[in-house]
Design a protein around this ligand. Sequence first.
Ligand code: NDP
Ligand SMILES: O=C(O)C1=N[C@H](C(=O)O)C[C@H](O)C1
Length: 240
Amino acid sequence: MNILLLGYGKMGKIIGEIAESRGHHISGKINIDNRGDLDTLDSSKIDVAIEFSQPDAAFENISWAISKGIPVVSGTTGWLDKKQDIDDLTVKNATAFFYASNFSVGVNIFFKVNKFLAGLMKDQEDYKISLEEVHHTEKKDAPSGTAITLAEGIIGQIDRVQDWKLSDNGEVPSGSLPITAKRIDPAPGTHIIRYQSEIDDIEITHTAHSRKGFALGAVLVSEWIKEKKGVLSMDDFLSF
Ligand SMILES: NC(=O)C1=CN([C@@H]2O[C@H](COP(=O)(O)OP(=O)(O)OC[C@H]3O[C@@H](n4cnc5c(N)ncnc54)[C@H](OP(=O)(O)O)[C@@H]3O)[C@@H](O)[C@H]2O)C=CC1
Ligand SMILES: O=C(O)C1=N[C@H](C(=O)O)C[C@H](O)C1
Protein backbone atom coordinates (compact mmCIF):
# COMPACT_ATOMS: atom_id res chain seq x y z
CA MET A 1 0.00 0.00 0.00
CA ASN A 2 1.22 3.56 -0.70
CA ILE A 3 0.88 5.66 2.46
CA LEU A 4 1.19 9.44 2.74
CA LEU A 5 2.24 10.68 6.19
CA LEU A 6 0.67 14.06 6.96
CA GLY A 7 2.75 15.11 9.99
CA TYR A 8 6.14 13.50 10.47
CA GLY A 9 6.91 14.12 14.12
CA LYS A 10 7.12 11.62 16.99
CA MET A 11 4.09 9.64 15.80
CA GLY A 12 4.66 10.01 12.04
CA LYS A 13 8.16 8.55 12.37
CA ILE A 14 7.07 5.44 14.32
CA ILE A 15 4.08 4.93 12.01
CA GLY A 16 6.43 5.10 9.01
CA GLU A 17 8.75 2.47 10.53
CA ILE A 18 5.90 0.09 11.38
CA ALA A 19 4.25 0.58 7.96
CA GLU A 20 7.52 -0.19 6.14
CA SER A 21 8.12 -3.24 8.33
CA ARG A 22 4.68 -4.49 7.19
CA GLY A 23 5.64 -4.07 3.52
CA HIS A 24 4.05 -0.69 2.79
CA HIS A 25 5.64 2.16 0.87
CA ILE A 26 5.79 5.70 2.28
CA SER A 27 4.91 8.09 -0.58
CA GLY A 28 5.57 11.30 1.34
CA LYS A 29 6.50 12.65 4.78
CA ILE A 30 4.87 16.06 5.17
CA ASN A 31 5.75 18.63 7.83
CA ILE A 32 5.26 22.42 7.94
CA ASP A 33 8.44 23.17 6.01
CA ASN A 34 7.79 20.81 3.04
CA ARG A 35 4.01 21.23 2.75
CA GLY A 36 4.61 22.53 -0.78
CA ASP A 37 5.48 18.95 -1.81
CA LEU A 38 1.76 18.17 -1.71
CA ASP A 39 1.36 20.15 -4.97
CA THR A 40 3.69 17.76 -6.81
CA LEU A 41 2.29 14.47 -5.41
CA ASP A 42 0.25 12.22 -7.70
CA SER A 43 -2.77 11.72 -5.42
CA SER A 44 -4.08 8.85 -7.59
CA LYS A 45 -1.09 6.78 -6.44
CA ILE A 46 -1.79 7.24 -2.69
CA ASP A 47 -3.92 4.56 -1.04
CA VAL A 48 -4.24 6.13 2.42
CA ALA A 49 -3.08 9.29 4.23
CA ILE A 50 -2.21 8.94 7.93
CA GLU A 51 -2.53 12.29 9.67
CA PHE A 52 -0.77 12.94 13.01
CA SER A 53 0.18 16.61 12.99
CA GLN A 54 -1.00 19.27 15.42
CA PRO A 55 -4.34 20.78 16.44
CA ASP A 56 -4.12 23.90 14.25
CA ALA A 57 -2.93 21.96 11.16
CA ALA A 58 -5.20 18.91 11.19
CA PHE A 59 -8.26 20.44 9.51
CA GLU A 60 -6.28 21.77 6.54
CA ASN A 61 -4.33 18.52 6.11
CA ILE A 62 -7.40 16.31 6.27
CA SER A 63 -9.47 18.59 3.97
CA TRP A 64 -6.67 18.52 1.40
CA ALA A 65 -6.59 14.70 1.29
CA ILE A 66 -10.34 14.14 1.45
CA SER A 67 -10.88 16.67 -1.38
CA LYS A 68 -8.56 14.53 -3.52
CA GLY A 69 -10.57 11.41 -2.66
CA ILE A 70 -7.78 9.94 -0.49
CA PRO A 71 -8.99 7.93 2.56
CA VAL A 72 -7.65 9.50 5.77
CA VAL A 73 -6.79 7.98 9.15
CA SER A 74 -6.32 10.77 11.69
CA GLY A 75 -5.19 10.72 15.30
CA THR A 76 -4.49 14.41 15.80
CA THR A 77 -6.29 15.70 18.90
CA GLY A 78 -7.61 19.14 19.78
CA TRP A 79 -9.42 20.11 16.52
CA LEU A 80 -12.72 18.24 16.79
CA ASP A 81 -14.93 21.37 16.79
CA LYS A 82 -14.51 21.16 12.98
CA LYS A 83 -15.02 17.38 12.60
CA GLN A 84 -18.57 17.69 11.22
CA ASP A 85 -17.20 19.68 8.25
CA ILE A 86 -14.74 16.84 7.55
CA ASP A 87 -17.50 14.22 7.87
CA ASP A 88 -19.60 16.17 5.34
CA LEU A 89 -16.64 16.55 2.96
CA THR A 90 -15.97 12.79 3.22
CA VAL A 91 -19.49 11.96 2.10
CA LYS A 92 -19.36 14.58 -0.68
CA ASN A 93 -16.11 13.12 -2.05
CA ALA A 94 -17.22 9.48 -1.64
CA THR A 95 -14.09 8.57 0.30
CA ALA A 96 -13.33 7.44 3.89
CA PHE A 97 -12.38 9.23 7.10
CA PHE A 98 -11.41 7.47 10.31
CA TYR A 99 -10.75 9.37 13.55
CA ALA A 100 -9.78 7.99 16.95
CA SER A 101 -8.59 9.91 19.99
CA ASN A 102 -6.51 6.81 20.75
CA PHE A 103 -5.53 3.97 18.40
CA SER A 104 -4.14 1.54 20.97
CA VAL A 105 -6.09 -1.66 21.59
CA GLY A 106 -5.38 -1.38 25.33
CA VAL A 107 -6.92 2.09 25.58
CA ASN A 108 -9.97 0.97 23.60
CA ILE A 109 -10.46 -1.87 26.08
CA PHE A 110 -10.00 0.73 28.84
CA PHE A 111 -12.76 2.87 27.24
CA LYS A 112 -15.15 -0.09 27.61
CA VAL A 113 -14.05 -0.78 31.22
CA ASN A 114 -14.56 2.93 31.99
CA LYS A 115 -18.15 2.88 30.69
CA PHE A 116 -18.91 -0.36 32.54
CA LEU A 117 -17.55 0.99 35.83
CA ALA A 118 -19.43 4.29 35.36
CA GLY A 119 -22.64 2.29 34.86
CA LEU A 120 -22.04 0.48 38.17
CA MET A 121 -21.31 3.77 39.94
CA LYS A 122 -24.25 5.74 38.57
CA ASP A 123 -26.32 5.66 41.79
CA GLN A 124 -23.34 5.75 44.20
CA GLU A 125 -23.58 9.45 45.01
CA ASP A 126 -21.09 9.34 47.90
CA TYR A 127 -18.20 8.90 45.48
CA LYS A 128 -16.43 11.96 44.09
CA ILE A 129 -15.36 11.27 40.48
CA SER A 130 -12.19 12.68 38.91
CA LEU A 131 -9.94 12.08 35.92
CA GLU A 132 -6.20 12.66 35.62
CA GLU A 133 -4.03 12.47 32.50
CA VAL A 134 -0.23 12.63 32.33
CA HIS A 135 1.69 13.34 29.10
CA HIS A 136 5.13 14.57 27.96
CA THR A 137 5.80 18.33 28.00
CA GLU A 138 5.69 18.73 24.17
CA LYS A 139 1.97 17.97 24.07
CA LYS A 140 0.12 20.99 22.65
CA ASP A 141 -3.46 20.31 23.80
CA ALA A 142 -5.01 19.73 27.23
CA PRO A 143 -6.87 17.76 28.26
CA SER A 144 -5.84 14.89 26.01
CA GLY A 145 -8.29 13.61 23.40
CA THR A 146 -8.29 10.30 25.27
CA ALA A 147 -9.29 12.04 28.52
CA ILE A 148 -12.17 13.73 26.70
CA THR A 149 -13.38 10.36 25.33
CA LEU A 150 -13.17 8.89 28.86
CA ALA A 151 -15.07 11.87 30.30
CA GLU A 152 -17.77 11.48 27.65
CA GLY A 153 -18.05 7.79 28.62
CA ILE A 154 -18.70 8.78 32.25
CA ILE A 155 -21.08 11.64 31.37
CA GLY A 156 -23.10 9.24 29.19
CA GLN A 157 -23.66 6.89 32.16
CA ILE A 158 -23.98 9.13 35.23
CA ASP A 159 -26.78 11.72 35.35
CA ARG A 160 -25.20 13.77 38.15
CA VAL A 161 -22.24 14.57 35.85
CA GLN A 162 -23.23 16.86 32.98
CA ASP A 163 -19.89 18.12 31.61
CA TRP A 164 -16.13 18.11 32.22
CA LYS A 165 -13.81 20.96 33.21
CA LEU A 166 -10.04 21.24 33.20
CA SER A 167 -8.89 21.91 36.78
CA ASP A 168 -5.44 22.13 38.38
CA ASN A 169 -6.69 21.29 41.85
CA GLY A 170 -9.74 19.14 41.14
CA GLU A 171 -12.13 21.90 42.26
CA VAL A 172 -15.05 22.31 39.81
CA PRO A 173 -18.71 23.36 40.09
CA SER A 174 -21.17 20.65 41.11
CA GLY A 175 -22.26 18.64 38.06
CA SER A 176 -18.85 18.90 36.37
CA LEU A 177 -16.17 16.22 36.14
CA PRO A 178 -12.70 17.59 36.97
CA ILE A 179 -9.87 16.66 34.59
CA THR A 180 -6.33 17.34 35.78
CA ALA A 181 -3.68 17.46 33.03
CA LYS A 182 -0.05 16.94 34.12
CA ARG A 183 2.92 17.40 31.80
CA ILE A 184 5.90 15.26 32.88
CA ASP A 185 8.60 13.86 30.55
CA PRO A 186 8.77 11.32 29.02
CA ALA A 187 5.20 10.09 29.73
CA PRO A 188 3.72 8.69 26.46
CA GLY A 189 0.22 8.77 28.01
CA THR A 190 -1.32 7.81 31.36
CA HIS A 191 -5.03 8.10 32.21
CA ILE A 192 -6.49 7.54 35.70
CA ILE A 193 -10.16 7.55 36.73
CA ARG A 194 -10.88 7.85 40.44
CA TYR A 195 -14.05 7.30 42.47
CA GLN A 196 -13.30 8.46 46.03
CA SER A 197 -15.47 8.29 49.14
CA GLU A 198 -14.93 8.53 52.90
CA ILE A 199 -15.12 4.72 53.07
CA ASP A 200 -12.96 3.65 50.13
CA ASP A 201 -11.54 4.53 46.72
CA ILE A 202 -11.84 2.78 43.36
CA GLU A 203 -9.26 3.67 40.72
CA ILE A 204 -8.59 2.42 37.17
CA THR A 205 -5.42 3.33 35.24
CA HIS A 206 -4.12 2.85 31.71
CA THR A 207 -0.38 3.49 31.26
CA ALA A 208 1.19 3.48 27.80
CA HIS A 209 4.84 2.36 28.00
CA SER A 210 5.68 3.77 24.55
CA ARG A 211 3.97 5.15 21.40
CA LYS A 212 4.11 1.74 19.68
CA GLY A 213 0.50 0.78 20.47
CA PHE A 214 -0.87 4.05 19.05
CA ALA A 215 1.24 3.74 15.88
CA LEU A 216 0.54 0.06 15.25
CA GLY A 217 -3.19 0.71 15.68
CA ALA A 218 -3.07 3.51 13.09
CA VAL A 219 -1.30 1.25 10.56
CA LEU A 220 -3.74 -1.64 11.15
CA VAL A 221 -6.69 0.71 10.64
CA SER A 222 -5.08 2.05 7.43
CA GLU A 223 -4.82 -1.49 6.04
CA TRP A 224 -8.47 -2.09 6.96
CA ILE A 225 -9.85 1.22 5.62
CA LYS A 226 -8.34 1.00 2.13
CA GLU A 227 -11.48 -0.28 0.41
CA LYS A 228 -14.01 1.35 2.78
CA LYS A 229 -16.17 4.47 2.37
CA GLY A 230 -17.76 6.84 4.88
CA VAL A 231 -17.08 8.18 8.36
CA LEU A 232 -15.66 5.42 10.53
CA SER A 233 -14.43 4.92 14.10
CA MET A 234 -12.89 2.34 16.41
CA ASP A 235 -16.36 0.86 17.01
CA ASP A 236 -16.43 -0.13 13.32
CA PHE A 237 -12.88 -1.52 13.38
CA LEU A 238 -12.78 -3.46 16.65
CA SER A 239 -14.89 -6.53 17.20
CA PHE A 240 -15.35 -6.06 20.95
N1 NDP B 1 -4.90 9.19 18.43
C1 NDP B 1 -3.79 8.66 18.97
O1 NDP B 1 -3.71 7.43 19.20
C2 NDP B 1 -2.63 9.54 19.24
C3 NDP B 1 -2.71 10.87 18.94
N2 NDP B 1 -1.64 11.69 19.09
C4 NDP B 1 -1.80 13.04 18.60
O2 NDP B 1 -1.14 13.14 17.36
C5 NDP B 1 -0.65 14.46 17.17
C6 NDP B 1 0.84 14.40 16.83
O3 NDP B 1 1.54 13.90 17.92
P1 NDP B 1 3.14 13.83 17.88
O4 NDP B 1 3.61 13.12 16.67
O5 NDP B 1 3.54 13.36 19.21
O6 NDP B 1 3.51 15.40 17.74
P2 NDP B 1 4.84 16.05 17.15
O7 NDP B 1 4.82 17.46 17.60
O8 NDP B 1 6.02 15.20 17.47
O9 NDP B 1 4.63 15.99 15.58
C7 NDP B 1 3.71 16.78 14.89
C8 NDP B 1 4.26 17.01 13.53
O10 NDP B 1 3.31 17.69 12.73
C9 NDP B 1 3.99 18.60 11.94
N3 NDP B 1 3.15 19.67 11.44
C10 NDP B 1 2.85 20.84 12.01
N4 NDP B 1 2.08 21.58 11.19
C11 NDP B 1 1.91 20.84 10.07
C12 NDP B 1 1.26 21.07 8.85
N5 NDP B 1 0.60 22.20 8.59
N6 NDP B 1 1.27 20.10 7.91
C13 NDP B 1 1.93 18.95 8.15
N7 NDP B 1 2.59 18.70 9.28
C14 NDP B 1 2.58 19.63 10.23
C15 NDP B 1 5.10 19.11 12.83
O11 NDP B 1 6.10 19.65 11.98
P3 NDP B 1 7.33 20.52 12.54
O12 NDP B 1 8.21 19.52 13.23
O13 NDP B 1 7.92 21.07 11.30
O14 NDP B 1 6.72 21.53 13.47
C16 NDP B 1 5.52 17.86 13.56
O15 NDP B 1 6.54 17.15 12.90
C17 NDP B 1 -1.00 15.22 18.44
O16 NDP B 1 -2.24 15.90 18.25
C18 NDP B 1 -1.21 14.11 19.48
O17 NDP B 1 -2.09 14.48 20.50
C19 NDP B 1 -0.45 11.23 19.57
C20 NDP B 1 -0.32 9.92 19.93
C21 NDP B 1 -1.40 8.96 19.79
O1 LIG C 1 -0.04 13.78 22.41
C1 LIG C 1 0.16 12.60 22.75
O2 LIG C 1 1.29 12.16 22.96
C2 LIG C 1 -1.01 11.70 22.84
N1 LIG C 1 -2.15 12.14 22.41
C3 LIG C 1 -3.38 11.43 22.37
C4 LIG C 1 -4.41 12.14 23.23
O3 LIG C 1 -4.44 13.38 23.26
O4 LIG C 1 -5.23 11.45 23.85
C5 LIG C 1 -3.23 9.97 22.64
C6 LIG C 1 -2.14 9.59 23.60
O5 LIG C 1 -2.59 9.78 24.90
C7 LIG C 1 -0.83 10.32 23.34
